[in-house]
Design a protein. Structure first.
Length: 159
C-alpha cells in the first residue's frame, strides 16, 4: 500500500492531465492550459478561434522530493480572422519563456543557488550545462539598472 499526499504545482492557468514516474526517478507532469485564446502576433487583437496545437515542449521544473521534474505542454494555437491571411499564433503562458527549456520557477531556483556559488557549482548540482546556466542569467538578469526607480540607497555596516 502506498501513502499519498498532494503538492501544489503553483503554476497558474493549467490543468494536470497526468503524472508519470519514470524508472530513472524523473517525474513528468503533463498539463494543458485553461486559458481560452491569445493575442494575434500580427494585429494584437484577442483571438479565440482554435487551430490545433503546437509541438509538445518539455520544461525543467522544480524538483519534487529530490526527483528531477519536468512539465510537458502542447500549447494551443489560434487563428486570427481579423488579419487578411488569417495567421496563426501559439498561446504563450506566464510561467515559462518561449526561449527557455525551463519554467520561470526553476530559473529563479537556479539564480538563488548562484548566490555565494559559482556557475560551475550550480551547474554540477543541477545537472545542467554551463551554457544552460549562462542562458538563465542572460534571460533573467538585466545588464542595465533603472536608477531613476531608486530614491535612496542605503548603506549597511559591514560586520
Amino acid at each position: 500500500m502506498m501513502n499519498h499526499f498532494e503538492i501544489p504545482l503553483d503554476i497558474e492557468d493549467v490543468k494536470i492531465e497526468r503524472v508519470e514516474f519514470k524508472e530513472n526517478g524523473e517525474i513528468i507532469i503533463t498539463v494543458t492550459s485553461t486559458v481560452e485564446g491569445t493575442c494575434c502576433h500580427r494585429c494584437g487583437q484577442k483571438i479565440t478561434d482554435s487551430y490545433g496545437h503546437d509541438r509538445e515542449i518539455t520544461l525543467r521544473h522544480l524538483s519534487i522530493l529530490g526527483r528531477p521534474t519536468s512539465i510537458q505542454i502542447r500549447p494551443q494555437r489560434y487563428r486570427c480572422r481579423s488579419c487578411s491571411d488569417h495567421p496563426t499564433t501559439t498561446q504563450k503562458s506566464s510561467w515559462y519563456d518561449t526561449r527557455s527549456p525551463h519554467t520561470k520557477a526553476y530559473e529563479t531556483h537556479v539564480l538563488l543557488n548562484l548566490v555565494n556559488s559559482t556557475v560551475e557549482d550550480v551547474r554540477r548540482k543541477e545537472g545542467l550545462g554551463y551554457e544552460a546556466v549562462m542562458g538563465i542569467i542572460d534571460r533573467r538578469v538585466s545588464e542595465k539598472v533603472a536608477w531613476s526607480q531608486f530614491s535612496e540607497l542605503q548603506q549597511f555596516p559591514v560586520s
